[in-house]
Ligand binder design. Structure first.
Ligand code: UGA
Ligand code: MN
Length: 241
C-alpha cells in the first residue's frame, strides 16, 4: 500500500532547508508518493529542480492562496489558516489519479515538522504544551487531551492523523477551507467523514509514543545584504541555487 504524503510549501529563505530535511526523512520510507503543492501562482524553478533531483516518487502541484487569506511576514503565526487550498489540490489530485479501491493511506506532512520514522509504519502536536494526544480507553479513542478549543470534535493537529485513501474517494466533498479559521482545519475536515470517535484507530502504542514534533524554523534575517551588494556588486547574489 502506498503512503501519500501531502506537503504544502511556500517560498521563503528557509524553504529549501525544510524540503531537504523532510526529503531525507522520506527517503528512508518505502512506498512513499510525495505530493508537494506550492503556494504560488506557478511552479517555481527551485521546487521543480529540487524534486527532479530527489529519488522520491513525487507529484508537483501549485495553487496560490488568495491575497486576503495570505499571511503577512509580520502577522502572528496563528492569525490565518495555512496550506488550505494546497491540501485541497492534493485531495483533488488523489480523487482524479487513483481509483476508489486502490490501497493507500493519506498523511498531511507540513514541510517544517520533524517526523520520526516509526510514524510511517504506524500511520497513525501541541500548543504551549509538551504534547497533545487522543484519550484512549480500552483500545478506543474516547476524547482528546488538548487545551485550546477542547470542544472541537476531532482535536488533532494535521500531523496527528492519517486517512485511508478509500475514504477520500467515498467522501468527495471532504476538504479544507479558509473560512474554517485557524485551528479548526483538521477538526472540520474530519467531520466530513461522519466518523464517531470509536471508529478512529489509535496508533503508536495506544497514543503513548511521541512520533512527530511541531518544530518551527527561525526566520533568517538578512540585514547586511544591501551592504554586501554595495561592496561586491550584484554578483554576490546571482547564479545561486
Ligand atoms: C499549524 C498546523 O500544524 C498546520 O498543519 C496548520 O496548517 C496550521 O497550524 C494552520 O492553522 O493552518 P503551523 O506550524 O502554525 O501549523 O503552520 P506552518 O508550518 O507555518 O504552515 C503549515 C503548512 O502550510 C506548511 O507546510 C507551510 O509550508 C504551508 N504554508 C504556510 C503555505 O503553503 N503558505 C503559507 O503562506 C504559509
Ligand atoms: Mn509548522
Amino acid at each position: 500500500s502506498i503512503i501519500y504524503v501531502i506537503t504544502p510549501t511556500y517560498a521563503r529563505l528557509e524553504q529549501k532547508a525544510e524540503l531537504t530535511r523532510l526529503s531525507h526523512t522520506l527517503l528512508h520510507v518505502p512506498n512513499i508518493h510525495w505530493i508537494v503543492i506550492e503556494d504560488s501562482p506557478e511552479k517555481t524553478a527551485l521546487v521543480q529542480n529540487f524534486l527532479n533531483r530527489t529519488r522520491i516518487h513525487s507529484t508537483h502541484l501549485y495553487v496560490a492562496t488568495p491575497s486576503e487569506y495570505k499571511m503577512n511576514r509580520t502577522d502572528p503565526h496563528w492569525l490565518k489558516p495555512r496550506g488550505v487550498l494546497q491540501r485541497n489540490a492534493a485531495l483533488d489530485w488523489l480523487r482524479n489519479n487513483t481509483s476508489p479501491d486502490d490501497d493507500g493511506v493519506v498523511y498531511f506532512a507540513d514541510d517544517d515538522n520533524t517526523y520520526s520514522l516509526p510514524i510511517f509504519e504506524e500511520l497513525g502536536l501541541a500548543a504551549d504544551l509538551r504534547y497533545e494526544r487522543p484519550k484512549v480507553t480500552n483500545g478506543k479513542v474516547t476524547g482528546w487531551y488538548t487545551y485550546r478549543k477542547p470542544n472541537r470534535p476531532f482535536a488533532t493537529d494535521m500531523a496527528g492523523f492519517a486517512i485511508n485513501l478509500n475514504l477520500i474517494h467515498q467522501h468527495p466533498k471532504a476538504k479544507f477551507s479558509n473560512t474554517f479559521g485557524a485551528g479548526r482545519q483538521e477538526s472540520t475536515f474530519l467531520t466530513f467523514f461522519n466518523l464517531t470517535l470509536d471508529e478512529l484507530e489509535p496508533k503508536a502504542n495506544m497514543c503513548t509514543q511521541v512520533l512527530v514534533w511541531h518544530t518551527r524554523t527561525e526566520r533568517s534575517k538578512t540585514p547586511y545584504e544591501e551592504a554586501m551588494v554595495k561592496l561586491y556588486g550584484a554578483d554576490a547574489y546571482s547564479n545561486i541555487e
